[in-house]
Design a protein around this ligand. Structure first.
Ligand code: ASP
Length: 438
């Protein structure tokens, strides 16, 4: 029998009704052995997440404000769940202990971690699963980074003794033996660590969307879901601002080649998105996987005749950026030109100085600056080594009269990046989407 690690996000656990769905999902598949919950999220948009309420308690204590009122809201949310789902667990001693510790000045990390801790206890009792505290199996090193070797060994050793267990997300044990949390949203990382530790066949990440979409739904109407995406493609899309599970959160499973499945708790029959390791096989389908883009870039175009034959020109140019503490995103070049694509957040009033220094250090024939640029990445393993892809993309943009200011294609051929005016951003994405998908 296979092993599945299933992580549920805050909206999947927001109230008793959501937890009923979670219970049904877990019970529907014997392989869903290890469950990693986030703390309950918002039931309605105006409400606060449990984690936010806990941080608020901590802030109150810092200001010597009593926490009774806020803590009671937290208690009521858990009790609503326990009563409605008829869970046989007595949370009162836990509430008393936690409240006492928070009031006594416990750390922000301890305080925030109790959201996951409490829902973990509730789920374990509801499902009849064992409860394993991540404090005993997930370790951080003295630099505050996850100690992957120790964590993996301990996770494996401990969890394989439990056929079925609930392990709260979001926290572990710091180098000093105290509770430490991951960054916000970090239960995704816990799920990924557990999946790697138990050598899971798949890591299921249950959320409130049916997987990743091919484009931003605010730009393209009803974009299609992505059925399968490789880690590499995911990285390219995430870097370009696609709102997807962050590739950093799944590094433990990515390294182990464990597939991740993104599923929707509210629509469990939807296929969702499967994230897999690069297969290495070339598909030649000519299809794309997704489109993503980011605004707020400046492009500096440096022109100089016979630049291609000049030794050290690129180094001199880049050293201007280096001494000004500026990084660049892309540097496409031609025989007489080099373009530097730089995020506006990097430039920060340094543009004039940089241009002056490029002029004095690199003696260009001309320099042009194009502000208000946006970058759009069209990503797809099916594009690799397939003739006609770029032509199709440029035709689509040409038909809409969109001027392309920069083109960059990674050597992997799974990504074509173009630079357009910010005003053309939405139109360009829509044009590419309809050329390849509709
Ligand atoms: N509960 C934590 C947060 O709200 C962690 C998580 O949900 O993944 O950030």
């Amino acid at each position: 029998m296979g092993i599945k690690v299933v992580k549920f996000g805050g909206t999947s656990l927001a109230d008793a009704n959501q937890i009923r769905k979670v219970q049904k999902i877990i019970c529907a598949d014997e392989e869903r052995c290890y469950v990693v919950p986030s703390a309950p999220g918002k039931r309605i948009a105006s409400e606060r997440k449990i984690t936010d309420l806990l941080y608020l308690c901590h802030a109150h204590v810092q200001q010597n404000v009593p926490i009774d009122e806020v803590f009671q809201i937290i208690i009521d949310r858990y009790l609503d769940i326990v009563r409605d789902r008829d869970v046989s667990i007595d949370l009162e001693p836990h509430f008393d202990d936690i409240k006492k510790k928070i009031s006594g000045g416990a750390s922000a990390d301890y305080t925030a971690s109790r959201g996951e801790f409490l829902i973990g206890l509730v789920l374990a009792a509801l499902l009849g699963y064992d409860f394993v505290d991540p404090f005993e199996i997930i370790f951080f090193n003295k630099y505050g980074k996850i100690d992957i070797e120790r964590t993996q060994a301990e996770t494996n050793r401990r969890l394989l003794k439990h056929r079925k267990a609930v392990i709260p997300g979001f926290y572990g044990c710091a180098h000093d033996g105290k509770i430490k949390t991951f960054p916000r949203g970090g239960s995704d990382i816990t799920g990924s660590i557990i999946a790697r530790g138990v050598h899971a066949d798949v890591y299921e990440n249950w959320t409130d969307v049916s997987g990743l979409l091919m484009a931003d739904p605010n730009v393209v109407d009803n974009p299609r879901p992505i059925n399968t995406i490789t880690y590499r493609e995911l990285r390219e899309l995430a870097y370009m601002g696609a709102n997807v599970i962050h590739d950093e959160t799944i590094f433990p499973v990515r390294e182990a080649g464990i597939p991740v499945k993104i599923k929707n708790t509210n629509r469990p029959d939807d296929p969702g998105t499967l994230i897999v390791r690069d297969t290495g096989t070339v598909t030649h389908t000519g299809t794309i996987t997704g489109i993503a883009g980011r605004k707020n870039f400046t492009i500096i175009v440096i022109e100089r005749a016979f630049l291609n034959t000049e030794i050290g020109y690129g180094r001199r140019l880049l050293s201007v950026l280096e001494v000004n503490g500026v990084s660049f995103e892309h540097m496409p070049s031609g025989i007489d030109t080099i373009s530097l694509v730089i995020a506006d957040s990097q430039l920060d009033n340094k543009l004039d100085k940089i241009i002056q220094e490029i002029k004095s250090e690199c003696m260009p024939d001309s320099t042009e600056v194009y502000p208000n640029m946006a970058l759009i990445a069209t990503v797809g393993r099916g594009m690799a080594f397939t003739p006609g892809i770029a032509a199709k993309l440029f035709d689509a943009l040409g038909e809409k009269n969109i001027n392309i200011r920069m083109i960059d294609q990674g050597s992997s051929e799974i990504n074509i990046i173009i630079g357009v005016e910010t005003d053309d951003f939405e139109l360009a994405i829509q044009a590419i989407y309809s050329a390849f998908v509709e």
